[in-house]
Design a protein around this ligand. Structure first.
Ligand SMILES: Cc1cc2nc3c(=O)[nH]c(=O)nc-3n(C[C@H](O)[C@H](O)[C@H](O)COP(=O)(O)OP(=O)(O)OC[C@H]3O[C@@H](n4cnc5c(N)ncnc54)[C@H](O)[C@@H]3O)c2cc1C
Ligand code: FES
Ligand code: FES
Length: 1181
């Protein structure tokens, strides 16, 4: 039987016994056991899985490029040379300079995204032959998500490789790397290190190596009964289908990326890989430009770039090229093809295809060929309605266009990069050279509705008219208004918004083309989107104080695990190598929101090959709950599987166990659940639903509010309003992952959790076994953000149940979609308020009602935190706030980044802005007038901050800018914060000194979730014991060493663990003191050795609790100002500049704190990096 042959890091692999949906990610991780390549979304959206590939192009060259392995079927890898993160550098052979550089810039926090970033950069440099500008680098990472760093340090690390790096960027690592002495061996001048001037060989293989061997046709029978053909010419496509009579159930596979846009649940029986068909990927010029239909988008971009410069008839390809650079991101464009995109549009007419938009606008023609090799030529609108079964798209013809034409295109996505268009528009006009009247118009939109492509009526209206008169413009907008009628298509924006954008785009196109002499300068900036306006390269700087005498405390040391994270060597829960006999599991979820389960039928599912078992609530030996309702933060048990009643749509009802994750996932969709007593009442989903619900349902739980002690009498203005903050998915990069192994008479659980204690106790309760038989270990989390305090427990309890039932190891990494469905999010919250203020905005009274949506249970509710945080830095004596937690028919919501703090502070800051707006006073002044007197550093900090951030001058400039620009507006606002730190829970530490060499091992109850706790703890231990930091290792968190610890959350874990470590070290120092006194000249190692000889215990433990008198609640003060520009016509925006000032006190490691603070830009795509984030630690506390 034929096999697929490829290499991974130089080692030959022969893919066999795979199914059609075995992705390259799965193969690399599970078959090649190279776990450095990570994964999260499995749909080409996050970049965690990126590797480098060298493969044959249409011309026979072997270029190198990046791919998302999650989109690539391993069967498509014939002839590929694949390089993974392990292949470019590692502990054994030395690290690659990109790995070390990313670490040196503090570009890795939780580290889960880091290998993907490194491989993207590696591919970029390899593909560019090392000639990258800062701008190119900044534009090239739309493919990669990071949920921790805020991108700034990552971009800086990579921009240091540019040919034109900003010297300030290089200076940032001068203490770590000998950057001053990096001299390029080729040019003899200083460089960032990309030219192979050290031991890194950047050019292992010449980029222009030719592959003389033609791709070999193959026929492979797959393990799932499907057939995979690989063909090398068009005729062979039909021959393959003829051979197996496959016309009724087949699919052609080109780049295979479309499954990232529209997931494929079940593949057809026959698959024909056409990526090796050279004629589908070549091009030629006759009158037209004739493109092979499966030319990749990357190749098309290069070709358009070249032709637009060299061929006058194809000048317009430059416009198309620019737009194509906004399609998807580099790894998708590297293998995704034009035909694949157009066929996707054919299959899903609602798809906002940019390729269809561009090609339809310029009048492209596609050629389809059938099995008799008969060719049919169709315009793109004709193609959309044509029958394409049994036909192959072979060519796309683009016409020449004279200079009497103009082409303008726009794409309006929700974020600038790697996002589909919410609306896109392309406009072509042909003008009469003498009269300048429109001879031809082509107006195409995407994102309106499936049946709408061209605005035909408007096109007709424009013929014979002068485009640049007010009458024509108004007439055209009127026509558009009539014919653009968007459908309701959630989650796309609402129809009226999309219509406005569509009309706005036409207006923009007219402004763009309008002769400048007849256009008021105020309108000129309306021609571009905000994305187009932003500076191409972002800049940032940071400042902090350190205290050398206190080193290693306050020393900006690199993260201990940073380098192994950047090299893909850091292990996360699902990186545990394959365990023989292990099984996988996937949840079956309810398809109703409220009702009862009548029956669960899985008899047929058990007949599916390699499905092992299906478990429901009846299989649980102990308590059916994912938590212990009597633990802190938790109030009640929550079912692992609904036993009877359903409380929310997508509630887990069963678990399917199989030999592979893919089989388990697919089988889970096939379990039949029947329901009874389905509630006919409206679903209670929103806060308002809960408020409106019948009182008998008791939907509003009352929490402690704020009681006034005073009420002012000088009420000059009453202001009413409401502030709503929506739900937010945590989007951590590492999924909820757990591996549970039955060991002896208990279970060992490697779990990605912020809270080992509840994991252990809930599993023991579920299985009805002693806690002591459940041992939980968490090496690190690849991002947690609150979601792994207890919501990870579905995965943890699921694996434990399976391990218990089958006595086999079980592994679950819940799919991103399942996590989104099954687990709660940051709660949505609403503050309804009425404030009475005096003429200065000082609050005389505030009557507020604060709602924070609990979801189906009160567990992990953040109401009290939100209400308390609302006080912020202000005097709340005159505030009355009632606090409610609506119980809704939705998963239990949970903590997320600054839980409660965010909701409370955002709400009251909104109120301050509202007051200022209503009474027309400076919002900063209004804040000052409401500041509390005690415990408030802001009156000192804010003026300094305003000065440093040039606030007043910038405000003046903004006024001028807004007056001069009709369609672009800027705003600059300040926010201040007094974050209330509250101690809760116990945190332990165990410090062991090894007598052999005096090295120190520390275990703490806190979990490394990217915040750098391990590094800081090592600094604390080293400082206390007076040993070098390198002597201290902080080991995986393990509940055997540090039991009964509270969750890593609420910004208190590091300091509580640090205090425990200090207390441990104090014990050890006391025991060592006599030896130090006796041996004043002895080294640390000698003292330790001697002490051990004398029977001194070199291990100490300690646990802090909130009762410890040293732990006093306190406030953290901070100020931030953000300047934003918006495009009024489309709503696109970018952050012009952001400044952050935080008083971090006497920080253990200021460089890590900068990283924690600069996650401000985390929720923005990487290409809105302009925030110039300045962090200043005043050291006041
Ligand atoms: C993360 C991500 C972001 C994206 N963003 C955008 C975006 O911003 N704008 C946009 O327009 N698109 C976007 N896309 C879609 C992307 O452009 C398409 O996935 C890609 O072009 C499809 O090409 P492919 O070769 O991978 O197709 P495949 O997935 O291989 O095939 C897709 C379909 O086309 C059929 N097919 C392929 N070639 C032929 C042929 N020659 N004849 C007949 N049938 C054929 C296949 O049978 C299959 O049904 C995005 C995709 C991803 C994954
Ligand atoms: S891009 Fe492949 S896992 Fe996210
Ligand atoms: S460091 Fe990037 S996701 Fe955590």
């Amino acid at each position: 039987m034929d096999r697929v042959n490829f290499t991974v890091n130089g080692k030959q692999f022969t893919g066999a016994e795979v199914s059609v949906d075995t992705t390259l990610t799965e193969y690399i991780r599970r078959c090649a056991d190279l776990r450095g390549t990570k994964y999260m979304c499995l749909e080409g959206g996050c970049g965690a899985c990126i590797v480098n590939v060298r493969a044959r192009s249409a011309s026979g060259e072997r270029p190198t490029f990046s791919v998302n392995t999650c989109l690539v079927a391993v069967l498509s890898c014939e002839g590929w040379d694949i390089t993974t993160i392990e292949g470019i550098g590692n502990r054994q052979n030395g690290y690659n300079i990109i790995q070390t550089r990313l670490n040196n810039y503090f570009g890795s926090q939780c580290g889960y995204c880091s290998p993907g970033f490194v491989m993207s950069m590696y591919s970029l440099i390899q593909g560019s032959e090392h000639h990258l500008s800062e701008e190119q680098i900044e534009k090239s990472f739309g493919s990669n998500l990071c949920r921790c760093t805020g991108y700034r340090p990552i971009l800086e690390a990579f921009k240091s490789f540019a040919v034109d790096p900003d010297p300030k960027i290089l200076r940032k690592i001068k203490d770590i790397e000998d950057i001053d002495n990096l001299i390029c061996p080729k040019s003899g001048v200083k460089c960032g290190g990309t030219c192979g001037n050290n031991d890194q060989d950047w050019c292992l293989i010449n980029a222009h190596v030719m592959d003389k061997e033609e791709p070999v046709p193959k026929k492979i029978s797959l393990s799932d009964g499907r057939i995979w053909f690989r063909v090398n010419n068009i005729k062979a496509i039909f021959e393959s289908l003829d051979q197996v009579n496959g016309y009724s159930n087949y699919m052609l596979v080109a780049g295979n990326t479309s499954k990232g846009a529209y997931p494929i649940k079940f593949y057809p029986k026959v698959l024909v890989d056409i990526s090796g068909v050279a004629e589908l990927r070549s091009h030629y010029l006759d009158v037209n430009l004739v493109l092979g239909a499966n030319t990749t988008i990357t190749d098309t971009i290069h070709l358009f770039d070249e032709l637009s410069k060299t061929n006058a008839d194809f000048w317009y390809l430059e416009v198309l090229r620019k737009h194509l650079e906004e399609v998807a991101h580099i790894p998708v464009r590297n293998i995704g093809t034009l035909a694949g995109n157009l066929i996707l549009k054919h299959e899903h007419p609602d798809f906002q295809s940019d390729i269809f938009l561009l090609f339809s606008c310029v009048g492209a023609i596609v050629t389809l060929v059938d099995r008799t090799m008969t060719q049919t030529e169709l315009s793109l609108p004709e193609f959309l309605t044509a029958n394409i079964v049994g036909r192959v798209m072979t060519q796309i013809k683009l016409p020449p266009l004279s200079r009497h034409h103009d082409v303008v295109t726009y794409k309006i996505p929700a974020k600038e990069q790697n996002a589909h268009a919410e609306v896109n528009g392309a406009f072509l006009f042909k003008f009469d050279p003498k009269s300048h009247k429109v001879l031809k118009a082509s107006i195409v939109y995407g994102g309106i509705k499936p049946t709408f492509t061209h605005a035909y009526n408007t096109e007709k209206f424009l013929i014979g008219r002068n485009l640049f008169t007010n009458d024509t413009l108004q007439g055209a907008l009127h026509c558009l208004d009539k014919e653009v009628d968007p459908n309701f298509n959630p989650p796309e924006p609402k129809p009226h918004f999309r219509k406005k954008v569509a009309l706005g785009l036409f207006y923009k196109a007219v402004i763009k083309l309008c002769p400048r002499e007849i256009l008021s300068p105020k309108y000129v900036s309306g021609a571009t989107t905000a994305y187009e306006d932003r500076p191409p390269v972002s800049r940032s700087y940071q400042e902090y104080d350190t205290s050398r005498p206190d080193y290693p405390i306050t020393q900006p040391l690199l993260k201990k695990e940073g380098l192994i994270q950047c090299a893909g060597e850091a292990k996360y829960a699902d990186d545990i190598p394959r365990i023989s006999d292990e099984v996988f599991a996937s949840f079956v979820v309810s398809t109703i929101a409220r009702g009862e389960i009548q029956s669960i039928d899985y008899a047929d599912v058990l007949k599916i090959e390699r499905v092992i078992a299906v478990y429901t609530s009846k299989d649980i030996p102990g308590v059916n709950s994912i938590v212990r309702g009597d633990f802190q933060l938790l109030f009640e048990n929550e079912e692992l599987f609904a036993s009877d009643k359903i409380y929310f749509y997508n509630q887990p009802v069963a678990l399917v166990v199989a030999e592979t994750q893919v089989i388990a996932d697919k089988a889970a969709c096939l379990v039949t659940v029947k329901y009874k007593n389905i509630s006919k009442k409206p679903i209670i989903f929103t806060i308002q639903d809960a408020i409106d619900a019948p009182p008998l349902e008791n939907r509003l739980i009352t929490y402690e509010g704020i009681t006034p002690s005073d009420r002012g009498v000088n009420v000059q203005r009453i202001i009413k309003g409401s502030f709503y903050s929506p739900r937010q998915y945590h989007h951590m990069m590492e999924l909820h992952s757990t591996v549970t192994c039955p060991v002896d008479n208990g279970y060992e659980i490697d779990c990605s959790t912020q809270w080992m204690d509840v994991t252990q106790a809930a599993i023991a309760q579920l299985l009805n076994i002693p806690n002591s038989l459940v041992r939980v270990r968490t090496r690190r989390c690849g991002g947690a953000f609150g979601c792994k305090i207890a919501r990870n427990m579905f995965a943890a309890c699921g694996t434990a149940l399976v391990a218990y039932k089958l006595n086999r190891p079980c592994r679950i990494a819940m799919r991103m979609q399942d996590i989104m469905r099954i687990t709660g999010k940051r709660p949505d919250s609403r503050l309804d308020y009425e404030v009475g203020v005096d003429g200065n905005g000082q609050i005389q009274y505030l009557d507020g009602t604060f709602y924070v949506n609990d979801g189906m249970s009160r567990n992990e509710n953040e109401n009290s935190y939100a209400t308390d945080s609302m006080k912020n830095c202000y005097n709340p004596d005159r505030w009355k706030v009632d606090s409610f937690g609506p119980i809704t028919d939705a998963p239990t919501n949970c903590f997320m980044r600054a839980p409660g703090g965010f909701e409370g502070i955002a709400a009251i800051e909104h109120v301050m802005e509202h007051i200022a707006k209503e009474i027309k006073r400076d919002p900063i002044e209004v804040r000052f007038n409401n500041y509390r007197v005690d415990d408030n550093q802001l009156p000192e900090i804010v003026p300094e901050f305003l000065k440093k951030s040039d606030f007043t001058k910038r405000l003046e400039y903004i006024k001028e800018f807004n007056a001069k620009n009709r369609w672009k507006k800027r705003g600059l606002r300040l926010n201040n914060m007094a974050f209330p730190t509250q101690y809760l829970g116990n945190y332990g530490a165990l410090v062991s000194i090894y007598h052999g060499d005096g090295s120190v091992a520390v275990n703490i109850g806190g979990i490394e979730i990217g915040q750098g706790i391990n590094t800081r703890i090592a600094q604390v231990a080293a400082s206390e014991l007076k040993v070098p930091v390198e002597k201290v290792a902080v080991l995986s968190a393990y509940d055997f060493a540090t039991p009964n610890n509270f969750s890593t959350a609420s910004s208190i874990t590091t300091e509580c663990c640090a205090l425990s470590v200090i207390r441990c070290c104090q014990q050890l120092n006391a025991r060592l003191a006599p030896f130090r006194a006796l041996m004043p000249d002895a080294t640390w190692e000698q003292v330790v050795f001697e002490a051990d000889l004398r029977g001194v215990l070199l291990q100490a433990n300690y646990e802090t609790s909130p009762n410890d008198p040293r732990l006093q609640n306190y406030s953290i003060f901070g100020v931030a100002a953000t300047e934003v520009e918006i495009d009024v016509l489309t709503g696109t925006k970018y952050i012009v500049r952001a400044d952050i000032f935080e008083d971090a006190g006497r920080t253990i490691n200021p460089a890590l704190d900068v990283g924690q603070a600069s996650i401000i830009s985390k929720d923005f795509p990487i290409t809105i990096p302009s925030p110039s984030i300045s962090i200043m630690t005043s050291g006041l506390a």
